[in-house]
Design a protein around this ligand. Structure first.
Ligand code: ASP
Length: 324
């Protein structure tokens, strides 16, 4: 009996402590992990949103770049973190594609996290170094087919959005490419600007300024319609790749077991950030829009992740390239 009472008291204390912690949340700095290198598109989106969320929460959110293995290293790191609301993850579509691409992952994609909400869906662009010979998407396809052993395609590792887009491109033109993996497309862009790699596919949040400035070549955007931010850039469909559409959706996650009160507080804060005039304006300049409030919720992100795992599985299985 004594033992039972002691156990009950301990449980009550634990529950009370957990609850009290959630009530006062946040009491210290929060870390938001970006599973790609600094200076890239996921990093850009994260910093814009984290800045407003920091103000709303009254505590600083520090962005930590944990790049490598196509985003799976950073995701694994957050899955193992304490579920106390002080370590979060901002990841993109790669969360869904990695679930199929990797035979073994250090985390359970669907059950290893709590869901905070969707952030934004960013179009991709097919781009090349400034002096790359092909002038449009059709000539790029011909050139790649004719020079498949010497053309280099940059990506952010297996599981990255740039990897998915490259895989779709290779399947569409039935030609394998020589790929050069980076820890993120921030450093890949540096090499594209320096002429060390030939081409890549990347979010508009990393390419719009460069395409407009003429420092890289833009061939196509992966949306159904042209973008206001890049009106001269044709869609991939218009330019010769029927059905070539992909949007890089981003979401915020927390380790499994993070108290629901904390998740709710974070979702509310995310909703505030997505309505912030500066975020809206910067997103527009970068070719995207914030997710609507109803999508910046745990239920919407969970549904999106489940739907996207199912959507991309057959595409990945057809390509038949997996990682161990
Ligand atoms: N754009 C990258 C990707 O291909 C990731 C990044 O650096 O943000 O997934």
């Amino acid at each position: 009996m004594k033992k039972l009472l002691a156990a009950l008291a301990a449980t009550t204390l634990f529950l009370f402590a957990g609850h009290a912690g959630a009530q006062n949340y946040p009491e210290r700095t929060i870390t938001m992990v970006v599973p790609f290198a600094a200076g890239g598109p996921t990093d850009t989106v994260t910093r814009l949103v984290a800045d407003v969320m920091s103000k709303d929460l009254g505590q600083q959110i520090i962005v930590e770049n944990v790049g490598g293995a196509g985003g799976t290293l950073g995701a694994g790191r957050v899955a193992k973190a304490d579920p106390d609301g002080y370590t979060l993850l901002l990841h993109h579509i790669g969360m869904a594609t990695s679930a199929t691409l990797y035979r073994k992952l250090a985390y359970d994609t669907l059950n290893g996290f709590e869901y905070v909400g969707l952030v934004t869906e960013v179009p991709m662009t097919i781009v090349a170094r400034k002096d790359f010979e092909p002038t449009d998407l059709k000539s790029l396809i011909d050139y790649v087919k004719a020079n498949k052993d010497k053309v280099t395609y940059a990506n952010a590792g297996i599981g990255a959005a740039s990897h998915l887009c490259g895989m779709m491109f290779m399947s569409a033109i039935q030609t394998p490419l020589v790929t050069v993996p980076y820890k993120g497309t921030g450093p890949a862009m540096t090499d594209l600007l320096g002429g060390q790699v030939d081409f890549m596919c990347d979010q508009t949040t990393n390419t719009t300024k460069q395409i407009k400035g003429g420092t890289i070549k833009g061939y196509a955007v992966t949306t159904a319609k042209r973008l206001d931010a890049l009106p001269d850039l044709p869609t991939a469909e218009e330019a010769g790749l029927p059905g070539f559409q992909v949007g890089v959706w981003h979401g915020i996650y927390a380790p499994k077991g993070t108290p629901p009160e904390i998740i709710e507080r974070l979702s509310k804060s995310l909703q505030v950030a997505l309505k912030d005039p500066n975020v809206v304006a910067r997103f527009a300049e970068l070719g995207t829009v914030p997710s609507p409030e109803a999508d910046a919720t745990p239920a919407a992100l969970k549904a999106k992740l489940e739907g996207e795992i199912a959507r991309w599985k057959p595409v990945i299985d057809a390509a038949g390239q997996y990682a161990d």
